[in-house]
Design a protein around this ligand. Sequence first.
Ligand SMILES: [Zn+2]
Length: 101
Amino acid sequence: MPSISETQSMKLYVPGEWRCAKCDFRLTKNFLSASTGTVHADTSTPEKCPNCDVPMWRVSWEEDCRDAWHFLEREMVRTRQLEKQLHDEGIQPDPPYEGYR
Ligand SMILES: [Zn+2]
């Protein structure tokens, strides 16, 4: 059972997620247990950034959501460009994936 301070920290920061403020390197630290088949975040302080040799910063939930949103926007633009390219070449792309129902 996590302590109160650990619980409050988990509300602000993504457990096990770290980034370098200098080069933007992202690190995800997890424990993988082959014997139990479980995965959980490693919240211990990471080593320094492998690129810059500076301390790494925790990633907040807000920062993680903004990064995911920017990634999604870039990928949507890229997908539309590729679909237009296929259309211009007379190739009909597959319909969008509908997911599991
Ligand atoms: Zn770095």
